[in-house]
Structure formats: structure tokens, C-alpha cells
Design a protein. Structure first.
Length: 701
């Protein structure tokens, strides 16, 4: 027994914390793998790859070792890990910018263009943001589309969203200005979280800071990182505002906590995500005062003071533009709500835009949002001592049920919510009656449930089915679609059609025939054509046709269309040696399903094609493709008649294999490229393209 007691007392290991540091070590190694993908472009990155790999392995090993002074060891390891992860993030961003310098979203382009206008003393709220699309190379699929087929081209964010870019522009740094500021904001956010949170939570800061979604947003043009440093200050010990002697604050701490509402105002002046928090915290502070034994008037005054400071922080960066053009500024602030943007995102709206459930009234989503906010408020009041740590997450919960609920809306507040939950005090006393709070929360739940059910059960106005498609051949995209449409309403509808692929919505397609109106309770056939290359879905995956109407605001979606069910694989996959002209090369094609499993089906037509790509153009291939082999006389005869013929049709056997025999025609400097494909029998479009097989022919042996 004494020996057993001694062993327990000398190995005092905090296993959860050490396990978290083990994960940090793995994260460092993952950063090494991320950077390894760019070493062929930036060879000096390999130094960082080696350092990160060694550090990661070292931290994993160290996490299972008992150190004499554990606290100091892990403090220094934490600082080193922070430095390495921040450095790896900056290097990785440099590589991403080099690989894809175009802005990924219109919001980053709008903000930098607005800053550019402001730097020349023009009011960005009075200007069109459309020039920013070409100026910053924004993909047309990165625009914000409207239900009527148009795009948002007005600045729709508060002034601090672009004023933060002004110092960079004044320094003459215009290239990737928005992305550079976003990256800096995420670095500052990471460092602030690391400093604000207790030591046992710091490993989680480094893990969160390395999540792919956050780093991709920062470098990809999602500007939510801009408001996070301000929001972290607002979240840190927010409940100490006006707390008096409860926490026995020193004068310096009292000054610090007054920065909370001011910086919340600054966060609100960047983007609208955090606006609800400006209402929730004053309510929470009033409730906090009641739990502290203060009067109702003291609680209300405490909340109003906080709100007044936050409002001042919000107005301060916006005052010049409010005075300059108040109507334009207000319209800009309301654009996200009043612009009739198309529904999109990863939240509850997915039931309508992907599964086709509901969609008959997008206005219902506004009522659902209000019901969720009402439920949050009554829960906050009735169960404050339990849900107090969730105050900073309420906007994300509300936006999950909005008609536009992008992933950035759902996760951008988590860093601030973590800081808030870890630094606030606990509430242990309630002065509210149990029956009262359960009744209100129950009523709000019933209201929300009813609205959600009514939303799902309100049918879409149009039934859409894809009849046929027209493809671009070897480009493997679809540029024209014929659809059948049935109007379930007793009124005329003028829908706008787009394509939805991989969660991305394209620009509105043109109606080539059969439109633009669909009569009451009627059916029609329409042909729609792609407005640009970016809008063309690939034939290798699935997509849906989506129809929007503005009056009334509705969305209808077709079932998923998968133009390619099977495809071809070549055997061999590659030929690495030179092939003499008089040698016959046997190339087999195998039918494969979506998981590359062989499909045993006979009689399927397979088209084998050839082409030569030189440095400046394409040329006709001069090889001979045959579906049967023979002696030398056979090849002499067939080469005279079929040299350069493309495509050549073969048929699969019982194993799903079609065999082709290939001989070179003449020696050319470039390889001849061979590719096989299938053709859809009913619609006639090519699909199921195989790999490309280059063969370099040489003189006969």
C-alpha cells in the first residue's frame, strides 16, 4: 500500500490536458503536410516542413512524459506551438495566394473597392461595386444573386468593414489587400484567444486556429475574421460591466471591462453578424443585476449604459457616411435583409433548396428566425443561470434557420463564444418562478415547431424535371438543358433558373425557348442555356435545376440529375516507353461504376479517339485504331484506309471490356493522346471519359 500511494503522488499527470497537447503535436504535423504541397514551388518551405514535423513529434512524445515542473514546461511549449502555427499559417496563405490570387467572394472585393473609393474621397455607399468583380477577378459563381436573376452590386456592410483596409492602401499595398488584412485579423484572433483563455484551454485555441474552415475563410475572401479581434474584447469577462464590488476589481480591470461594449460596437461596425449580441448582453446584464440582489431599475440602467456605449462604438466609424448620404447608408445596412437574395447555405434552408421540402414561401423563414430569437430570449430570461455561457452563440443559432445560413455565419462566433464561456462568472441564484419560465419556453418551442412544420409542408410552386442535356464534349460540361415544368398555382409565374452543383449556385441561365412565363396549373417545356463557362455543371457529378420567383418569394428544385453513372478506365493506365511504328499496342477499356468497380455488360459502344497537342495548337492524330488484330498485310490494308480515323467504335464483351489495337502512322515530335468515352443512348451526349493515354511513337524496329 505505501508503494502504491507513492506511485500515485509522484506521477501527477493531468491526462485530459496532456491529451490535448498531443493533438496539438498532431496539428503541427498536419501543418507540415499542408506546406509540403508547395515545396515544389517554394523550396525553402521545406525548412518549415522539417521544423513543424520535428516539433509535432516532440510535443506528442513530451505529452506522455512527467516533467519535474510541468506548468513551466507546458507554458513554454505553448508559446513555441503558437509561434509555429501562426508562422505555418502565414506561409500556407502565401502559397494559396500564389496558386489562386483571384478573390473568392464578392464581399472581399466590395470591401477593398469601397476602401479604394474612400481613399479618393468618394462615398462607396453611392457607387456601384460592379467594377470590383473584374478588378479583383471574382468568379461569377462568387456573386450574391437575387431572386429576380440580378446580382447585389451595392456595398452592404458597415463602414469599418472597408476602413480597416485604408492603412494598407495608404502604404501603397493594393495587391491582395483584403486577403492580407483578413490573414492578419485571424493571426491577431489566435494570439488574443491564447492570451485570454486559461492555460488548460490553450491547446484547444491552437487546434481551433488550425481548422481548415477558418484558415480557408481567411485566405479565401470571407471577411468574418475582421470583426473577431473586436468581438473577443467584448466577450472577455463581459458580465463584469457595471458589476461594482462583486468581483473586487482593481482600477485597471475596471477600465478594461468598459472596453467591452465599445469594442462590441466596433465589431458591429464591421459586419451584421454580431448585431443581436448588442441586445442580448444588456438584457443579460439586467438579469445579472437581479441575481445580484439589485433593483429592476438598477438592472435596466446597467443594460442601457452598455447598449449606449456599444451604439457609440458602432456609430463612430459610420458617422461620416451617415452625414454624407443617410439614405444610401441605411439602404446599405439593410441590403442583406431587403435585397431578396436567393436562399443558400448549410442550415435549415437545405431542406428546401436540396431536398425540395417546402419552398412555397421564403418569407416563412423570416418568421422562423423571429420565433428562434423569441425562444432564445425567453430561455435566456427563464434559465439564465444555465444558458448564460451561450449568449455569444445566439446569433449563430438564429441564422441557422434563416433563408441564407452560410457556414461562416454558423461558426464565426465560436472563438468569441469560447472566450466568453471561459471568462464569465457563474450564476447560482434565481428569483424567477419555475412555472412561469417553463410555460414561456414551452410556448416558444410550440410556436417554433409549428412554424417549422408549416414551412416544410408549404409545397414548392413548380415541379421541375430534367428532360435532356447538351454537352460541350471533351470539355465535359453541360451548356444547355431541356426541362419540363408544372405550375401548381393558379397564377402566372415567371421563374428564374439557375444550376446548383456542389452547394454552389450559378448565375441565372438564359431561357432559349418555351418561356418566360408558366401558366396557371399548366405545364410547359423550356430550354435553358448557360450564361458563362463557370455556370456549366460537369458531366462527372450531379446537379439540380433551381427555379426562383420574386413575387411571391419561392424556390423550387428538380431532383438530382446524374449524367454519368458509369465511366471508362484504360488498361494500361500509362505507357512509359517509346513505341515503334510497326508495333501493335493493345489498349483495353473497362466499364466502371462510381466506385471504380468493374461493370460486366456486353454490347456497350465505346468510342476511342486520338489527337495531337502541340505547343500552339491541336492536330489530327495519324495513328491507326482498330478493333481487331491481324497479320502485317491486314495492317497495311487498314492503315491505307483508316489512318488518322477518329473516333473508332468498339463494343464491350461480357466482362464489360472493349479492346482496341493501335499502331503509329508517322513519327511526330509530340505524343498522340488517346481517350475513350461513352455516348448516352437516349440523349446522345458523350460522357464517361477515361484517362488520357499519351503514346510517343518512334521509328520502326
Amino acid at each position: 500500500m505505501p508503494d502504491e500511494a507513492h506511485s500515485v503522488s509522484t506521477i501527477q499527470i493531468n491526462w485530459p490536458e496532456k491529451l490535448a497537447w498531443s493533438v496539438v503535436g498532431v496539428v503541427l504535423m498536419l501543418w507540415a503536410l499542408r506546406l509540403f504541397g508547395t515545396v515544389s514551388v517554394f523550396s525553402f518551405f521545406d525548412i518549415a516542413v522539417i521544423i513543424l514535423g520535428v516539433a509535432g513529434l516532440g510535443i506528442v512524445c513530451s505529452s506522455w512524459v512527467h516533467w519535474k515542473n510541468d506548468e513551466n514546461v507546458w507554458r513554454y511549449i505553448g508559446y513555441v506551438s503558437l509561434f509555429l502555427i501562426v508562422g505555418a499559417f502565414v506561409l500556407w496563405c502565401f502559397g494559396q495566394i500564389y496558386a489562386a490570387p483571384a478573390y473568392g467572394t464578392d464581399e472581399a472585393a466590395f470591401d477593398q473597392y469601397a476602401a479604394l473609393l474612400a481613399s479618393h474621397f468618394h462615398n462607396p455607399y453611392l457607387a456601384s461595386m460592379a467594377p470590383s468583380f473584374d478588378l479583383y477577378r471574382v468568379s461569377p459563381n462568387g456573386y450574391t444573386f437575387l431572386l429576380n436573376g440580378g446580382v447585389v452590386d451595392k456595398l452592404s456592410y458597415p463602414a469599418l468593414s472597408f476602413e480597416l483596409y485604408l492603412p494598407l492602401l495608404w502604404l501603397g499595398i493594393h495587391f491582395q489587400g483584403a486577403v492580407i488584412v483578413n490573414i492578419a485579423a485571424w493571426v491577431i484572433t489566435t494570439i488574443m484567444m491564447f492570451w485570454m483563455l486559461p492555460r488548460n484551454l490553450r491547446p484547444y485555441v491552437l487546434i481551433i486556429a488550425s481548422f481548415s474552415v477558418y484558415i480557408a475563410y481567411a485566405v479565401g475572401g470571407v471577411t468574418d475574421a475582421l470583426f473577431l479581434p473586436f468581438l473577443l474584447v467584448a466577450a472577455y469577462q463581459w458580465d463584469r460591466f457595471g458589476s461594482g464590488d462583486k468581483y473586487k476589481d482593481t482600477p485597471s480591470k475596471i477600465k478594461w471591462k468598459w472596453l467591452g461594449p465599445l469594442f462590441l460596437g466596433f465589431a458591429m461596425a464591421v459586419k451584421q453578424n454580431s448585431w443581436p449580441i448588442a441586445g442580448l448582453i444588456p438584457i443579460s446584464l439586467a438579469i445579472e443585476s437581479l441575481h445580484e440582489g439589485r433593483s429592476y431599475s438598477e438592472g435596466i440602467l446597467r443594460g442601457l449604459k452598455y447598449f449606449a456605449i456599444a451604439a457609440g462604438g458602432f456609430l463612430l466609424p459610420n458617422i461620416p457616411y451617415i452625414i454624407w448620404a443617410p439614405k444610401a447608408w441605411i439602404q446599405g445596412m439593410l441590403t442583406p435583409v431587403a435585397s431578396h437574395a436567393i436562399p443558400a447555405g448549410q442550415g435549415f434552408i437545405g431542406l428546401s433548396i436540396f431536398l425540395g421540402l417546402g419552398g412555397g414561401s421564403l418569407t416563412l423563414y423570416n418568421y422562423v428566425e423571429l420565433a428562434v430569437l423569441l425562444l432564445a430570449l425567453v430561455t435566456l430570461v427563464g434559465f439564465y443561470e444555465y444558458v448564460k455561457p451561450l449568449v455569444f452563440l445566439v446569433p449563430s443559432i438564429v441564422l441557422f434557420f434563416a433563408s441564407r445560413s452560410f457556414g461562416s455565419y454558423l461558426i464565426s462566433l465560436i472563438p468569441a463564444a469560447l472566450v466568453a464561456a471561459a471568462t464569465i462568472g457563474r450564476v447560482q441564484v434565481t428569483r424567477l418562478k419555475i412555472k412561469w419560465r417553463f410555460t414561456l419556453v414551452g410556448g416558444a418551442v410550440i410556436l417554433l415547431t409549428g412554424l417549422l412544420a408549416y414551412n416544410i409542408l408549404t409545397p414548392r410552386p413548380l415541379n421541375i424535371a430534367i428532360v435532356s442535356v447538351h454537352t460541350t464534349g471533351e470539355l465535359q460540361t453541360i451548356d444547355e438543358i431541356t426541362i419540363s415544368i408544372t405550375n401548381n398555382l393558379n397564377s402566372y409565374l415567371s421563374p428564374v433558373f439557375t444550376i446548383q452543383e456542389a452547394g454552389t449556385t450559378t448565375a441565372a441561365w438564359h431561357i432559349a425557348s418555351g418561356g418566360p412565363d408558366v401558366g396557371p396549373d399548366g405545364s410547359t417545356i423550356m430550354t435553358i442555356t448557360a450564361p458563362n463557362f463557370y455556370a456549366m455543371p460537369g458531366i462527372g457529378g450531379g446537379f439540380q435545376v433551381v427555379a426562383y420567383t420574386d413575387q411571391p418569394a419561392t424556390v423550387s428544385v428538380s431532383p438530382v440529375f446524374r449524367p454519368q453513372q458509369i465511366h471508362l478506365g484504360l488498361i494500361p493506365v500509362a505507357i512509359n516507353s517509346l513505341v515503334p511504328l510497326n508495333r501493335t499496342t493493345v489498349v483495353k477499356t473497362q466499364l466502371l461504376d462510381e466506385f471504380d468497380r468493374p461493370v460486366k455488360k456486353s454490347g456497350v459502344q465505346v468510342y476511342m479517339s486520338q489527337i495531337v497537342y502541340n505547343q500552339y495548337s491541336t492536330q489530327i492524330g495519324l495513328a491507326t485504331i482498330s478493333t481487331s488484330d491481324g497479320n502485317s498485310n491486314y495492317w497495311v490494308n487498314i492503315e491505307n484506309e483508316h489512318r488518322g480515323m477518329t473516333p473508332v467504335i468498339g463494343y464491350t464483351n461480357a466482362q464489360g471490356v472493349a479492346t482496341f489495337y493501335i499502331r503509329g502512322g508517322v513519327v511526330v515530335p509530340e505524343p498522340t493522346y488517346f481517350e475513350a468515352n461513352l455516348v448516352n443512348g437516349s440523349n446522345g451526349y458523350p460522357y464517361g471519359y477515361s484517362e488520357i493515354l499519351p503514346i510517343r511513337f518512334t521509328g520502326p524496329q
